[in-house]
Design a protein around this ligand. Structure first.
Ligand SMILES: *Cc1c(COP(=O)(O)O)cnc(C)c1O
Length: 462
């Protein structure tokens, strides 16, 4: 038997070694899949191996192939890098190995989730009595929220979807920003509503929904048809936020449920200087947020909130504990508000991130990332034939280098170079490099170093 303390110590040293050197590594690894497979694959071994040797083999093989997304110059997708306290709390979570099903299986996990939910509602300015669940990400959060919405709008039409399913049910219409995130459509598919139920509504220049077009769409279907309106705080390309106050008023006037996909944009609510982007957010019926993007919690963490606690629990719970208001010993049962039963105790890492930063620290993180995004915009716009494709309202920047071909060539060169990493996207029919500044450890120096690399590569690939 290996000494567990010794193995844990050496494992955490490897983690520390990786994290402390991550800023100096090429952001995109030069991976040789053949070598990686040779180091790890082959037929499933008949005999077991000593834990020390297992960990050494895994770490030796995988470490050179890692994407340095935890580091300060990874700007792809909307990717944060786990905070120190959140990383260590996640390691504790693994060591403790709790079953975060209910208050009997792990009272500690249940109570800590409760604290996290309460803190987040406070931070976002959501109703204090909203229900919440800790899920795997915004995909999970959108799915749970839309399940609650499906329950409520069909109940209003006299249909119990939990008992009867969707066969023979009144049709649901979903009115959503044409620029919604693809996870909304997947959630609708999973829920049996179907992606074709979406009536897309035109968005303005920066991708925020046009309230007039929305009013028109709402008027189309007749007041009776069960309706869900999907809004967005934080367009994945531009960072634009829908006008939540105006749309909530319109939609509620027609008896519709309003869901806000705020995967990363909802964090604007925590910053006094950005809060106006999401004015009226508290008036919606459900909200989706990510932990692993802007809060910089390790994967995979997301949060769903619902103003209609009964609809939320009715759509998810398979026990009756939610009916009594709480589970055993006055603690809420985490699994009544998510689709999983046996599940990871996600609350510990989120608690640690929120405790490490505090409300002010979260606001500063948001403000800093937004300022760095603007710095990217200004410095890149000063280069020849560079065009910024969006109004930079948050942490997302779109950059064109001329033709689509040229833009894709520059993106490929940047990824290959390894100083920083940005992905490509298509926005309004045109190719762009998309920059997302979401990592707590990114500095002005990292932005300048990245801009310098892009400038050099522009000259080299001209
Ligand atoms: C990232 C994102 C999602 C999906 O979140 P996951 O955490 O990847 O599941 C949904 N909506 C928006 C706006 C996003 O940016």
């Amino acid at each position: 038997m290996p000494d567990l303390s010794d193995l844990l110590r050496r494992t955490s040293e490897r983690v520390a070694g990786y994290r402390s050197s991550v800023g100096d590594r090429p952001v995109a690894p030069a991976v040789d899949p053949v070598r990686l497979r040779a180091a790890l694959a082959g037929p499933l071994p008949e005999e077991g191996t000593d834990a020390n040797a297992v960990i050494e083999q895994l770490a030796d093989a995988v470490e050179p192939a890692l994407t340095a997304s935890v580091g300060p110059r990874y700007f792809g997708f909307v990717v944060g890098g786990a905070l120190d306290a959140a990383t260590c709390a996640d390691m504790l979570t693994t060591g403790w190995d709790q079953l975060a099903f209910n208050a009997t299986s792990s009272p500690a996990a249940a109570v800590v989730e409760e604290v996290v939910g309460t803190w987040l509602k406070q931070a976002f300015g959501l109703p204090a009595d909203a229900s919440f669940g800790l899920v795997t990400g915004a995909q999970g959060a959108n799915t749970v929220a839309l399940a609650a919405a499906r329950h409520r709008v069909l109940a209003q039409a006299g249909w119990d979807v939990e008992a009867r399913g969707l066969m023979g049910a009144p049709a649901i219409r979903v009115i959503a920003n044409e620029e919604r995130h693809a996870t909304i459509d997947r959630a609708l598919r999973l829920l049996g509503i179907g992606a074709d139920a979406v009536q897309p509504v035109a968005a303005g220049a920066n991708g925020a929904i046009d309230p007039e077009a929305l009013a028109h769409a709402l008027g189309d279907g007749g007041a009776e048809s069960p309706t869900i309106v999907c809004l967005q705080a934080g367009n994945v390309n531009t960072g634009a936020c829908d006008d939540l106050a105006a749309v909530c008023e319109l939609a509620h006037g027609r008896g519709a449920w309003v869901h806000v996909d705020g995967a990363f944009g909802i964090w604007a609510a925590v910053s006094p200087s950005k809060r106006s982007l999401v004015t009226g957010i508290e008036r919606a019926d459900s909200w989706a947020a990510d932990g692993h993007k802007w809060l910089n919690v390790p994967y995979d963490t997301g949060f769903v909130f619902c103003a209609d606690r009964d609809a939320h629990a009715a759509s998810m719970s398979y026990t009756a504990s939610y009916l009594e208001g709480q589970g055993q010993d006055g603690a809420r049962a985490p699994s009544d508000f998510v689709p999983e039963s046996s599940r990871r105790a996600r609350g510990f890492a989120s608690w640690a991130a929120l405790r490490e930063l505090g409300q002010r620290g979260v606001a500063e993180l948001v403000d800093r990332c937004c300022a760095l995004a603007r710095r990217f915009g200004e410095r890149l716009a000063a280069l020849e034939s560079v065009e910024i494709g969006n109004e930079i309202v948050l942490n997302q920047v779109l950059v064109s280098f001329g033709s689509d071909e040229r833009t894709d060539a520059v993106i490929a060169a940047v990824q290959q170079d390894g100083t920083c990493w940005m992905g490509g996207t298509t926005w309004r029919g045109r190719r762009y490099m998309r920059i997302s500044v979401s990592n707590w450890s990114t500095t002005e120096g990292d932005v300048d170093r990245s801009v310098a690399a892009i400038k050099r590569l522009l000259a080299e690939t001209a």
